[in-house]
Ligand binder design. Structure first.
Ligand code: AMP
Length: 268
């Protein structure tokens, strides 16, 4: 069956109703497009778990602050649709802002404690925007399960928490981070990096894995975090927003020029 490219809320609702009538299990993969192997790994997992897969592509304005990269965020729609066709997604949903926010962009759900600190300290609007858009997409797609990447680990925790709080009948599945051969976590924002920046970016995962191995050996974590921040700056990262230990992961956000990168590794 070939992929259906759906650009309107009403058409999507109709297709989902057909699935529900057939008692098919629906899996959902929300994305902002500029798809890469990381996104595709979520779709592949979704396909193993459900009869029918829906991938959304929506660059959500509410999770960007005015000074952030909403307008320059990479948009590669034709490439994305072709990739999803090759990977046998059933529906790609490309809603308009009006479809998602028919009554305006105000939030009617609030993220829980998992959103405290880390990303929120530097992007205070971010998780409000994420839970707002994800809960609206869940309302439309009504999935049995939804797949998210561990690459955005705090986001995965925030989503799990909101689904639990709202008692939504949706299973949240986390998928490990897909990396390039140098260990750099794939990200749509890697497209912003210049060649010299790319060389530095590839050091992020190496430094985090080294720190995680020291944590596993029982060294003092405050010292390790301190050393890691210094190591990142010494490698050429322009700024380190945070290196922090939470959920048995070492999480970091750093800047390379105008590009912000996040990554995390298990450390227990
Ligand atoms: P985005 O399009 O960046 O909003 O990401 C959409 C989904 O893909 C989120 O659940 C991300 O965590 C996930 N994702 C992004 N990059 C990767 C990656 N390198 N490996 C696995 N999942 C990823």
């Amino acid at each position: 069956m070939t992929i259906k490219v759906i650009r309107s809320r009403d058409l999507l609702l109709r297709e989902i109703q057909i699935c529900k009538d057939r008692e098919e299990k629906v899996a959902f993969v929300p994305t902002m497009g500029a798809l890469h192997e990381g996104h595709i790994s979520l779709l592949r997992r979704a396909r193993t778990l459900a009869d029918f897969t829906v991938v959304s592509i929506f660059v959500n304005p509410t999770q960007f602050a005015p000074h952030e990269d909403f307008s320059s965020y990479p948009r590669t729609e034709d490439h994305d649709i072709n990739l999803l066709r090759l990977e046998h997604a059933n529906i790609v949903f490309l809603p308009t802002v009006q479809d998602i926010y028919p009554e305006g962009t105000h939030s009617y759900v609030r993220p829980g404690p998992a959103a405290f600190g880390l990303e929120t300290d530097f992007r205070p609007q971010f998780f409000d925007g994420v839970v707002n858009v994800v809960s609206r997409l869940f309302d439309l797609v009504k999935p049995d399960l939804a797949v998210f990447g561990e690459k955005d680990y705090q986001q995965l925790c925030v989503i799990r928490e909101i689904v639990e709080t709202l008692k939504l009948p949706i299973q949240i599945v986390g998928v490990p981070t897909i990396r390039d051969i140098f260990g750099l976590a794939l990200s749509s924002r890697n497209a912003y990096l210049t060649e010299p920046e790319l060389l530095i970016a590839r050091r992020l995962n190496v430094i985090l894995f080294e720190a995680a191995s020291r944590i596993k050996q029982g060294e003092d974590t405050t010292k390790i975090i301190n050393d890691t921040q210094h190591a990142l700056l010494n490698e050429g990262f322009s700024k380190c927003d945070y290196v922090s230990l939470r959920w048995e992961r070492l999480l970091a956000a750093v800047w390379l020029g105008k590009t912000r990168l996040i990554d995390n590794v298990a450390c227990c």
